[in-house]
Design a protein around this ligand. Structure first.
Ligand code: CS2
Ligand code: MG
Length: 421
């Protein structure tokens, strides 16, 4: 494909050795049904880029980090020096890592990659090294109040063309379980201004979930990929037990089966089961998953663009993972904005050790605030050919949706012990 040297939609750009400067940057907070934090970086050549810094339930922490501590450092810098700016913001903070810092760095990083691709007149995947695949396999979220409803919902996703479906069910005897949406299509766990207190019981869960997958395989056979998110609820041995019991149903993955701060905990799970393991949506640097990957304790790494410091760092995690044949499986919940989804699709289109991409549809209101060129087709997402990551923000529309503070739920055991939501 011959890219126009100076694409008509872009002003004459000095892409050579001439200077280029960041002239402005601002954070746009909007809530079209849920909160999003977007950073817009402007340059002296009229090209701008946008990045996502959304952190569900803690958005204002990232806003403050960007507005108070990062934006003043960006003005006057050369936006083409993506790596240098990344290193400056990571090492220069002194207080490295963490979900707030890495989301703020991600917002800057993605905006700068957007600018560079626009300047080159290229879709972002081409700047990364070109296509490794024609389309990106995604998984949808089937969920229901019980096994029967969940089986019906999986059937609906199959009829929509999905090749991979995550299945989550309500648990008899528990008022709430992770991943069960009210309206079937749009799952948003951050509901109240204060955390919703939910009750959890592992025994009820372990007694019920294997029956779900038995029924799913009995109903639909083995042609579709089935996934399940345990959502940090089990101890390592309980996770090993569940993995073993799910083996006959040949899952694509069992996700977040136990809290992963102790990466070594996955060795116990690995010793007892061949059910593939996925983890990492709450990780924010390579250091959080280095041991899991190099000891082959997992099969898929879930870190994504917004949580792991942007494209610059996610590429490093993916390349490291490829040495041990660990594949990517990036997080893609509704609380990650279309800016992250759009950028992730360019990453997914390029990355050689791609596994799968999570795809929770955004609401029409969200899609209107963030016009984009990616599209769903028969179980796959396809990124567009627009120069950049292909996502924009309609600032006038965004302004119509003011921030609305929301908190994620917490979970307690039936005796009141605070547990992992
Ligand atoms: C979940 C998320 O998509 C997933 O795999 O773990 O829905 C997660 O609960 C939310 O992103 C939290 O905001
Ligand atoms: Mg998850």
């Amino acid at each position: 494909m011959n890219y126009p040297v100076n694409p008509p939609s872009q002003p004459d750009l000095d892409r050579g050795t001439g200077s280029m400067k960041i002239t402005g940057a601002r954070v746009i907070v909007t809530c079209p049904g849920r909160n999003f934090v977007t950073l817009k970086i402007e340059t002296d050549q009229g090209v701008y880029g946008i990045g996502d810094g959304t952190m569900n339930g803690r958005e204002k922490a990232v806003v403050a980090y960007l507005e108070e501590h990062i934006i003043p450092l960006l003005i006057g810098r050369d936006p083409r020096r993506i790596e240098d700016i990344w290193q400056y913001l990571y090492r220069g903070a002194y207080w490295r890592r963490g979900p707030v810092t890495m989301r703020a760095i991600a917002a800057v990083d993605v905006a700068l990659w957007d600018i560079k691709a626009k300047m080159a007149g290229m879709p972002l995947y081409d700047l990364l090294g070109g296509r490794s695949r024609d389309r990106v396999m995604v998984y949808g979220h089937a969920n229901g109040s019980d096994i029967a409803h969940t089986v019906d919902e999986v059937g609906r996703y199959i009829s929509e063309g999905y090749k991979a479906i995550r299945a989550q069910t309500g648990i008899p005897g528990l008022d709430k379980a992770y991943g069960i949406s009210k309206d079937k299509k749009f799952y948003e766990p951050a509901e109240g201004e204060l955390p919703l207190e939910t009750v959890w019981d592992t025994r009820k869960y372990l007694n019920y979930v294997p029956q779900l997958f038995d029924k799913l395989r009995d109903t639909y056979g083995f042609d579709h990929h089935l996934l399940h998110d345990v959502h940090h609820r089990l101890t390592p041995l309980e996770a090993a037990q569940l993995g073993k019991r799910l083996e006959p149903y040949s899952l694509f993955w069992m996700e977040d089966s136990t809290p992963a701060e102790n990466q070594e905990a996955f060795r116990l799970i690995r010793q007892h089961t061949t059910t593939p393991l996925a983890v990492g949506e709450i990780f924010n640097t390579l250091w959080d998953c280095k041991d899991l990957i190099q000891n082959q304790l997992i099969d898929y790494i879930r870190t994504t663009i917004v949580s792991a410091g942007g494209l610059t760092h996610l590429r490093r995690i993916a390349d490291f993972a490829s040495v041990w044949q660990v594949r990517t499986g990036s997080h893609g919940a509704t609380d990650l904005s279309p800016v992250t989804m759009g950028t992730a699709l360019h990453f997914d289109t390029w990355v050689p050790n791609f596994g799968i991409q999570e795809y929770m549809r955004h609401t029409p209101e969200t899609d209107a605030v963030f016009p984009h060129d990616y599209r769903f087709d028969d179980g796959f997402l396809l990124c567009g050919e627009t120069p950049g990551h292909g996502v924009d923000i309609d600032e006038a529309l965004a302004a119509k949706y003011p921030y609305s503070p929301k908190q994620l739920p917490v979970a307690r055991l039936e005796d009141g012990t605070l547990w992992n939501w």
